[in-house]
Design a binder for this molecule. Structure first.
Ligand SMILES: Cc1ncc(C[n+]2csc(CCOP(=O)(O)OP(=O)(O)O)c2C)c(N)n1
Ligand SMILES: CC(=O)[C@@H](O)[C@H](O)COP(=O)(O)O
Ligand SMILES: [Mg+2]
Length: 628
C-alpha cells in the first residue's frame, strides 16, 4: 500500500508520480470505507482526491498556506498531513474534526466551516507575507457553490489590485449541496462546455501572438470585442477583465495536467484563478449519481449505498416543511427563500409544489435577508428558512433592511442549539442574542413539533413585522402535545402552576425542564412552576410580575449563549422591578463547544436534566441558607 508511506506532511514528495493514480485509488477506498462507518462529508471529498494530491505535490506545507473554503472537502488533505489514523473517530468528541483546525495540524492554515471566506483569508495571508518580506505561496480552494457567496466577490475585487502571487483554485463540480444556482454557475458551465476547446484556445492565442505586431494586436482586438468568439480564444474573460489571470479549465482528475498548471500559476506575479473541473462523488457509484445525498451522510452500507440507521421520527424540519406548504396553499402571498439549503431546511417539498414561489439564492444569506425585505415591501409574505449559524452572516441586513423598516419577514431558523458532529462552526447558539437585541423583532421557540407548526401559522396569519421561530436539529419532541393554549404575542404558557421555584424553559429545553420539574417535585419542593416561554421577545413581563408574588427563585434554561440570551433579559427585568427574587440563568457559557454528540455537548455544560437539577438545588440551598 502506497498510502502506508504517508505518515506526515510532505511524505507525498517521496511518492513517485507513476504511483499517484494508485495512491488516489487507495485514498478513495479508504474514504469510502471510513465514512461508511463514521458518517461525514463524502461526495465533496471523493471529488478532490486528485486535486489535493496535485496541490500537495507542488506545495511545501506548512510553509505554504492552503485554505479550504467551507473545509468539508479537506479529508484527503488530512490524510496527507499524517492524520489518517484519526479517521476512526472523525467528528466524534475528542476525535478528528470534519473541518480544518489549526489546533489539529500546522498544515491547516485557517479554521473554516462557513462558506465563501477562503479568498479573503488567503488575501490576508498574502498581504501579511509581503509586508513581512516572506516568500511562501498562498492557495485558496473555493467550490463553485461557495462562489455564489458575496464575500468571494468582495475578495476577488480586492485581490485584483495585487501585484504578487496569490493562487485561487475554483473547484468546479457543478454542484452546491443541491444543484448550483445563479449567473456565476452559468458562466462556469459555459467555460466548462468550452473545455474541449481549451487546447485550441491556448493554441490560437499563442499562435496569433507569435506573429510580430499583428498577432498581439489581433488578440487585443478580440479581447476588446463583445463577440462570443472571444470566449473561444480567451477563456475566463470575466476574471481576466477584472485583472486576475485565468488558467484552465483543467481536468481535476488528471494530476499531471493539474500540476503543470499549478506550477505555471506559481510563477504568475499577481492573482491567478485556476479553474479545475471535478466530479462530485467520483469513484463511488451511489455518490456520483446522488451527490446531494452523499454530501453529508450518516453511516451507510457500501454495497447498496443505503443508510444504516433506521428512519427517525419526524424532525422539526419535517414539521416546518409540511406547515409552510399548507400555509402557502391557503395564501398565495407566501413565498419561501433558501440560501442553498433546500434539502436541509425542508423546502424541497415547497419547491415541488410551488416552484414559482420558491427562491434559492445561492450561499448568500446576507442577500437572502434583504431580498426578503424587498419581497415584503412588494406585497409578499417571505419566509426565509435558514440554519441558525448561517444566519449570523445576515445580522446587519436583519437590523438595517428588515427591522428598521418593521417589515413582515419570517425567519424559520433550523439547527438552533447544538448540532453535534459539525461542531463549533455550525452550532446555532447565538440567535436569541443577536435577534432579541434588535427593535421590532419577535422571537419564538416551540416546545415540540406541533407548536412549531402553530407558531409558523401564527407568524404568517397573525403577526406583522419581523419575526423568528428557532428550532433544533433532529427528531421533534412529541411531549406535551396536549398543552396547546392558543398563542398570543409575548405570552408564555404556564404548563404547571406552583410556587417558590419557577422553571422557565425555552424551546428545545422545555421537555428537559419538564423532567427537572418532576424531579424537583418528587424530592425537594412540593410545587415548582413550570413554564414554556414561547416568546423570548417580547418578554412576558406580566408573567414575571405574577411570578414575583409567590416565587423566590426563577430558573431560566435555554440552548443559547448566556450573553444577551433570554436569562439575561429576565435577570435585568427582575433586578429592576423585583430585586427580591433571585434569577438563575442557565445557558451556554462563553466558550466554543467542539464536535461530538448533542447529548454530550449539553451534558458538558450542564444543560441536561441532572446538570440543571444540580444547579437548581445549589441555588435553592444558598437562598435558604441566606435567609437563616
Ligand atoms: C455561510 C454558509 N452557508 C451555507 C453553508 C452550507 N454549505 C456547506 S457546503 C455547501 C455547498 C458548497 O458547494 P461547493 O463550494 O461547490 O462545494 P462542494 O460541496 O460542491 O464541493 C453549503 C451550501 C455553509 N457552510 N456556510
Ligand atoms: C458543510 C456544511 O456546512 C453542511 O454540509 C452541513 O454539514 C450540513 O449540516 P446538516 O447535516 O445538519 O444539514
Ligand atoms: Mg461544488
Amino acid at each position: 500500500m502506497i498510502l502506508e508511506k504517508i505518515k506526515k506532511p510532505n511524505d507525498i514528495h517521496k511518492v513517485s508520480l507513476e504511483d499517484f493514480p494508485r495512491l488516489a485509488e487507495e485514498i478513495r477506498s479508504f474514504l469510502i470505507q471510513s465514512v461508511s462507518e463514521t458518517g461525514g462529508h463524502l461526495a465533496s471529498n471523493l471529488g478532490v482526491v486528485e486535486l489535493t494530491l496535485a496541490l500537495h505535490n507542488v506545495l511545501d506545507l506548512p510553509q505554504d498556506k492552503l485554505i479550504w473554503d467551507v473545509g468539508h472537502q479537506a479529508y484527503t488533505h488530512k490524510i496527507l498531513t499524517g492524520r489518517k489514523d484519526g479517521f476512526k473517530d472523525l467528528r466524534k468528541e475528542g476525535g478528528l474534526s470534519g473541518f480544518p483546525k489549526r489546533n489539529e495540524s500546522n498544515c491547516d492554515s485557517f479554521d473554516t466551516g462557513h462558506s465563501s471566506n477562503s479568498i479573503s483569508a488567503g488575501l490576508g495571508y498574502v498581504r501579511a507575507r509581503d509586508l513581512m518580506g516572506e516568500k511562501y505561496h498562498v492557495v485558496s480552494v473555493i467550490g463553485d457553490g461557495a462562489l455564489t457567496g458575496g464575500m468571494a466577490y468582495e475578495a476577488l475585487n480586492n485581490a485584483a489590485e495585487l501585484k504578487t502571487n496569490f493562487i485561487i483554485i475554483i473547484n468546479d463540480n457543478n454542484m452546491s449541496i443541491s444543484k448550483n444556482v445563479g449567473g456565476m454557475s452559468t458562466y462556469l458551465s459555459a467555460l466548462r462546455t468550452a473545455e474541449t476547446y481549451t487546447g485550441m484556445k491556448i493554441g490560437v492565442t499563442k499562435t496569433l501572438k507569435k506573429i510580430p505586431h499583428v498577432g498581439t494586436a489581433v488578440v487585443d482586438t478580440v479581447r476588446k470585442t463583445k463577440s462570443s468568439i472571444k470566449q473561444l480564444i480567451i477563456p475566463g474573460m470575466l476574471f481576466e477583465n477584472m485583472g486576475l489571470t485565468y488558467l484552465g479549465p483543467v481536468d481535476g482528475h488528471n494530476m499531471r495536467q493539474m500540476m503543470k498548471l499549478f506550477n505555471e500559476a506559481k510563477r504568475v506575479e499577481g492573482p491567478v484563478v485556476v479553474h479545475v473541473l471535478t466530479e462530485k462523488g467520483r469513484g463511488y457509484g451511489p455518490a456520483s449519481s446522488h451527490p446531494e445525498r452523499f454530501h453529508g451522510t450518516g453511516p451507510f452500507d457500501i454495497q447498496s449505498g443505503r443508510p444504516l440507521a433506521a428512519k427517525t421520527a419526524p424532525t422539526y424540519t419535517d414539521h416546518f416543511s409540511g406547515a409552510i406548504c399548507s400555509l402557502a396553499e391557503k395564501n398565495k402571498k407566501v413565498v419561501a427563500i433558501t440560501a442553498a439549503m433546500p434539502d436541509g431546511t425542508g423546502l424541497n417539498r415547497f419547491r415541488k409544489k410551488f416552484p414559482e414561489r420558491f427562491f434559492d439564492v445561492g450561499i448568500a444569506e446576507e442577500h437572502a435577508v434583504t431580498f426578503a425585505a424587498g419581497m415584503a415591501l412588494g406585497g409578499m409574505i417571505p419566509v426565509f428558512a435558514v440554519y441558525s449559524s448561517f444566519l449570523q452572516r445576515g445580522i446587519d441586513q436583519i437590523l438595517h433592511d428588515v427591522c428598521m423598516q418593521d417589515l413582515h419577514v419570517i425567519f424559520a431558523i433550523d439547527r438552533a442549539g447544538f448540532v453535534g458532529a459539525d461542531g463549533e462552526t455550525h452550532h446555532g447558539c447565538f440567535d436569541f442574542s443577536y435577534l432579541s437585541m434588535i427593535p421590532n423583532m419577535t422571537v419564538m421557540a416551540p416546545k415540540n413539533g406541533k407548536e412549531l407548526e402553530e407558531m409558523l401559522k401564527f407568524a404568517v396569519e397573525e403577526l406583522d413585522g419581523p419575526c423568528a421561530i428557532r428550532y433544533p436539529k433532529g427528531s421533534a419532541c412529541t411531549d406535551m402535545e396536549e398543552c396547546h393554549e392558543p398563542l398570543k404575542k409575548g405570552r408564555s404558557e404556564v404548563i404547571t402552576p406552583g410556587s417558590e421555584i419557577a422553571v422557565l424553559g425555552v424551546g428545545s429545553m422545555v421537555s428537559v425542564c419538564q423532567k427537572v420539574c418532576e424531579e424537583i417535585r418528587n424530592h425537594k419542593i412540593a410545587g415548582a412552576t413550570f413554564v414554556n416561554v414561547r416568546f423570548v421577545k417580547p418578554l412576558d413581563t406580566e408573567l414575571l410580575d405574577r411570578l414575583s408574588q409567590n416565587h423566590s427563585l426563577l430558573v431560566t434554561v435555554e440552548e443559547n449563549v448566556k450573553s444577551g440570551g433570554f436569562g439575561e433579559h429576565v435577570s435585568a427585568y427582575m433586578e429592576a422591578c423585583h430585586p427580591e427574587v433571585r434569577v438563575l440563568p442557565l445557558a451556554i457559557p462563553d466558550h466554543f463547544i467542539e464536535h461530538g454528540t448533542v447529548d454530550r455537548q449539553r451534558m458538558k455544560i450542564g444543560l441536561n436534566v441532572q446538570g440543571i437539577l444540580d444547579a437548581v438545588e445549589q441555588s435553592w440551598e444558598n437562598l435558604v441558607n441566606n435567609r437563616k
